[in-house]
Design a protein around this ligand. Structure first.
Ligand SMILES: Nc1ncnc2c1ncn2[C@@H]1O[C@H](COP(=O)(O)OP(=O)(O)OP(=O)(O)O)[C@@H](O)[C@H]1O
Length: 324
């Protein structure tokens, strides 16, 4: 577990994202220490990708509020596009869900990596080529020299994702955003890629925000977890606390889905997220919650510290009127 006195690399405060009348994200607050890995967990539609895309400033047609202070860079949400162009790839990188569509099909993967190295680091062609081969080697691409001249479609999904990891790490960013980087891959390859990204991030002393569906994978691989439901943070804390001492009924449901792996197919928690047009004014989870009280429908619970005893973690929070 990371030392909590470490400097934050990112402080996200009250991030809200509106699309028309829908509030896709509602005052999301989180922080990330230098060298820390944090998982954003929740069902499809919870807003996980929207957080990562908002930080990269790649959200189109949405109204964004709040601030995202990154050490040495300022408020990512307030920088000009010109300033963002300088940061992307250099200090802040993103690995997308589907490497097959993120890579350019018209250029060899070697050329794509060399272009990034030359453009951002000002390397000569020969220097960039030898650095590219080193990077391909470090992300486990066998025959890295030979693979330099391959087009994306000539590589397997796992190899394409390794290329994406190499491109994302090419300029040693301080913060890596990995948006379900394994969702398009076979289950056996998924764990390899997650381990690769974390090992590479840690060895560079970088921080990482991982978007994941799976609470078990998140707790095994990341220092801290933020659980999102319908665009809001419902629980956040050190991975072990979220897995073993969770207080929010939704986190419990996510965990019970995990425990069913191996006995039957992975299940989603029962019920569905209300559509944005029918979002409850109180707790957004109230319509599916087995512990809901009359109060829950009308009054939104604030995030509160979960610290149970003097030795409990200070940074575990949950938002519930009737916690576990
Ligand atoms: N371009 C868009 N236009 C309109 N609505 C969008 C757009 N992108 C996302 N949304 C909506 O924003 C909400 C959050 O989506 P987001 O993709 O961030 O969720 P997620 O938790 O990452 O889900 P998934 O695991 O399926 O990627 C959803 O209700 C989704 O329908």
């Amino acid at each position: 577990m990371k030392d909590m006195v470490t400097q934050p690399i990112l402080s996200l405060r009250d991030l809200s994202v509106h699309r028309g009348a829908a509030k896709i994200l509602d005052r999301v607050t989180l922080s990330l220490a230098e060298g820390e890995t944090l998982a954003l967990v929740g069902e499809s539609g919870a807003g996980k990708s929207t957080i990562a895309t908002a930080l990269m400033r790649l959200l189109d047609g949405a109204k964004v509020e709040g601030s995202a202070e990154m050490t040495g860079a300022g408020d990512l949400l307030a920088l000009s596009e010109r300033q963002m162009v300088k940061l992307r790839g250099r200090r802040l990188s993103m690995i997308f869900q589907d490497a097959g569509s993120a890579l350019n099909p018209s250029y060899t993967v070697g050329r794509q990596l060399i272009t990034v190295l030359r453009r951002n680091l000002g390397l000569s062609k020969a220097e960039a080529r030898s650095r590219a081969i080193e990077l391909f080697t470090s992300v486990g691409i066998n025959d890295p020299e030979g693979r330099m001249s391959a087009y994306p479609h000539q590589l397997s999904g796992g190899m394409q994702q390794r290329v994406m990891v190499a491109i994302a790490l090419a300029c040693n960013p301080d913060l890596l955003l990995a948006d379900e980087p394994t969702s398009a891959l076979d289950v056996t390859i998924q764990a390899q890629i997650v381990r690769l990204i974390l090992a590479q991030t840690k060895s560079r002393g970088a921080s990482c925000i991982f978007v994941l569906h799976d609470l078990a994978l998140a707790s095994q691989s990341c220092d801290r977890i933020v659980v999102l439901y319908a665009g809001q943070v419902v629980e956040a804390g050190p991975s072990r606390d979220i897995l073993e001492r969770h207080r929010h009924p939704y986190t419990k449901q996510l965990k019970s889905c995990v425990l069913e792996i191996g006995t039957k197919d992975i299940t989603a928690p029962e019920g569905t997220v209300p559509p944005h047009s029918e979002m409850p004014v109180g707790c957004r989870f109230a319509t599916r919650c087995p512990r809901a009280l009359p109060r829950c429908a009308g009054e939104a619970p604030p995030l509160q510290p979960a610290r149970a005893g003097a030795d409990g973690p200070l940074d575990h929070h949950f938002a519930c009127w009737n916690p576990e």
